[in-house]
Ligand binder design. Structure first.
Ligand code: KG4
Ligand code: ZN
Length: 343
C-alpha cells in the first residue's frame, strides 16, 4: 500500500510518501516561520495562503524523492482536523481532489492520531498497549492506547496547552516566535535552582493539567526583576526564569505520567507532538522510565513537530483497515481524539 500524506493544519506544509512494505520513502516540509515571525504568532489567513503556494510543488517533490509516479499511489491521506480551518481546507481540498482525479481512495486523518503514531516510524517502535503523552501547541493529553483507534482520554489541559504555555512565556520574556524552542535554548543557560516555580495541579489526584498559572508566575517574576535588578543582570535572570519554567513543566509532566502509567499498570510510555522535541522533557522521562523498569518512545525531533510523514503513516494504517472518506471535503477544526473508531 503506497500512500501520499498531506499535512496543512497549522504553520507547516508537510508531504510524505509511505509504503506499508518498505516504510517511509520520502518526506518534505516547508515551515512558515519567516511568514509569521514579524507578527509574533501564526496569522491564520497568511498560513492558508502559504499552504496554497507551497502544497503542489511539495507534492511533486515528495513523489520525485520517493521515485514514485502519482499513478502508482494507492491512496491519499490528509489532515482533516483539528487545526486552523482555512489551513486544513487547503490540504483537504487538494488531497480529496487529487484522490478523485486518480480514482483512488482518500483518507481523512486526525492530526493528533498522526502525532500519536509518529513513534511507529522509528526503527524501535512501541508495541500496544501504552500510555501516550501528547504535547503540542494545541493539546496536552494523556491517552490510554490499546490499539490503533482505541483511545481513552485519561487527562488533558484545562487551559493552555503545554506548547501554548511555552510560546506565551517565551513571548512575555521577549523571545521571537516560535517560542517553545527559543525558550528551551535559553533555559540551557539558566542557573539551576535559582527559582522554583509551582507544579500545577500535582497536589491533588487526577491527570488533568493547567499551565496558564505557571505562565502568570513567570510573568510576575520577570516584571519584579525588571523593576528591581540592574540591567546587566537581566539577561541572566531571563535565562533563569526560562529554566525554572521548563523545570516546572517537565516535573509536572513526569508526575502525571507516573500516575497515568500506574493507574492502568502500563510500562510503556509514548510521547509525541511538538513539545516532545524538548530535550529536558525527553531526558527526564527517559531517566524516569529506565529507573522504573519501563520504556519511553518518542519520534526523532523532526517528527515531533508537524510533518507529512506521520499523516502518511496514520493514513496508511487506516487505509489497510479499509477506512476511506466519501467525496465530501470536510475539515474539522475541533475533533475529539476519542471519537475515532478502532481500525
Ligand atoms: O505539534 P506541533 O508542531 O503543532 C501543533 O500540533 O500544535 O507543536 C508545536 C508546539 C509549539 O507550541 C512549539 O513552541 C512547541 O511545540 N515546541 C517546543 C519545542 N519544539 C517545539 N516546546 C518546547 N521545547 C521545544 N524544543
Ligand atoms: Zn501538531
Amino acid at each position: 500500500m503506497l500512500v501520499l500524506g498531506i499535512e496543512t493544519s497549522c504553520d507547516e506544509t508537510g508531504v510524505a510518501v509511505y509504503d506499508s512494505e518498505k516504510g517511509l520513502l520520502s518526506h518534505v516540509l516547508f515551515s512558515q516561520i519567516e511568514t509569521h515571525i514579524e507578527y509574533g504568532g501564526v496569522v491564520p489567513e497568511l498560513a492558508s495562503r502559504d499552504h496554497v503556494r507551497k502544497l503542489m510543488p511539495l507534492i511533486s517533490e515528495a513523489l520525485q524523492k520517493a521515485d514514485v509516479k502519482k499513478e502508482q499511489l494507492d491512496a491519499i491521506a490528509y489532515t482533516a482536523g483539528p487545526g486552523l480551518v482555512g489551513a486544513l481546507l487547503v490540504g483537504v481540498s487538494a488531497g480529496r481532489s487529487l484522490a478523485w482525479s486518480l480514482g483512488i481512495p482518500a483518507i481523512a486523518v486526525h492530526h493528533m492520531e498522526g502525532h500519536l503514531l509518529a513513534p511507529m516510524l522509528e526503527n524501535e517502535a512501541p508495541e500496544f498497549p501504552f500510555v501516550a503523552l501528547l504535547v503540542s501547541g494545541g493539546h496536552t493529553q494523556l491517552v490510554n492506547v490499546k490499539a490503533i483507534g482505541n483511545y481513552v482520554l485519561m487527562g488533558e489541559s484545562l487551559d493552555d496547552a503545554a506548547g501554548e504555555a511555552f510560546d506565551k512565556t517565551a513571548k512575555l520574556l521577549g523571545l521571537p516566535y516560535p517560542g517553545g524552542p527559543e525558550l528551551a535554548a535559553l533555559a540551557e543557560k539558566g542557573t539551576p535552582g535559582r527559582f522554583r516555580f509551582p507544579r500545577p495541579m500535582t497536589d491533588r489526584p487526577g491527570l488533568d493539567f493547567s499551565f496558564s498559572g505557571l505562565k502568570t508566575f513567570a510573568m510576575n517574576t520577570w516584571t519584579d526583576l525588571q523593576k528591581n535588578e540592574p540591567d546587566e543582570q537581566l539577561q541572566q535572570s531571563r535565562a533563569d526564569i526560562a529554566l525554572a519554567f521548563q523545570d516546572a513543566v517537565v516535573d509536572t509532566m513526569m508526575i502525571k505520567c507516573r500516575r497515568a502509567l500506574e493507574s492502568v499498570s502500563a510500562t510503556t510510555l509514548v510521547m509525541a507532538g511538538g513539545v516532545s522535541a524538548n530535550k529536558a522533557l525527553r531526558q527526564g522521562l527517559q531517566a524516569f522510565m529506565e529507573k522504573n523498569g519501563g520504556r519511553v518512545f518518542y519520534p526523532r525531533p523532526q517528527f515531533c513537530t508537524d510533518n507529512g510523514a506521520m499523516i502518511a503513516y496514520a493514513g496508511c494504517q487506516r487505509a489497510l483497515a479499509g477506512e476511506f472518506q466519501g467525496l465530501a471535503m470536510k475539515a474539522r477544526p475541533r475533533w475529539p481524539l476519542d471519537e475515532l473508531e478502532p481500525a
